[in-house]
Design a protein around this ligand. Structure first.
Ligand SMILES: [Zn+2]
Length: 165
């Protein structure tokens, strides 16, 4: 959930730049149709407010489980878990949930970090692009086989033409 303090259409989404200039960086600025103002008594026009390049309030995106989601316990190496939580942040729960979902959608293809890095170098970023590349490769392989067969056929014709000459 976003911080309720900064949600609402009377909020500027920024900290008061006058307070900042006075050395207080965390006073949230609000606005009405005419002015922007803060609890410290600063008031200025919208134009003046934005011309002071106020610092924007960073909204923290928090993971919110779906209505049918359940919390589960899994056994996992604690160091791995810590590193995963650290690396994934708010994406931790949706990432693990999507991996579980993947496992249920037939036989998943697991790719480790190094293989993923190599795929990314080749410009392949997701499963759909992997499938497209694999299909293209199969097409090219069969085209190649056809061409090899044609070359062989022509070689045989030349050979027999040379023999009969
Ligand atoms: Zn202020």
């Amino acid at each position: 959930m976003a911080n309720p303090q900064i949600v609402g259409n009377n909020m500027t989404g920024a900290y008061c730049p006058m307070c900042r200039n006075n050395g207080v960086s965390n006073v949230v600025a609000t606005r009405d149709n005419v002015d922007c103002f803060c609890l410290m008594g600063h008031r200025m026009s919208h134009a003046q407010f934005w011309s002071m390049k106020p610092d924007m309030i960073k909204t923290e995106v928090r993971f919110v489980p779906g209505t049918n989601d359940v919390k589960v316990e899994i056994w996992v190496n604690n160091e791995v878990l810590m590193r995963a939580k650290d690396a994934l942040g708010e994406q931790f729960h949706p990432t693990i949930a999507s991996i579980i979902r993947c496992c249920m959608a037939g036989q998943p293809v697991i790719i480790d970090g190094q293989q993923a890095a190599e795929l990314r170098k080749l410009g392949i970023r997701n499963g759909q692009e992997m499938v497209a590349t694999a299909k293209l490769n199969a097409d090219l392989t069969s085209q190649n086989e056809d061409l090899v067969a044609k070359v062989n056929e022509w070689e045989a014709r030349f050979a027999s033409a040379l023999q009969s000459a």
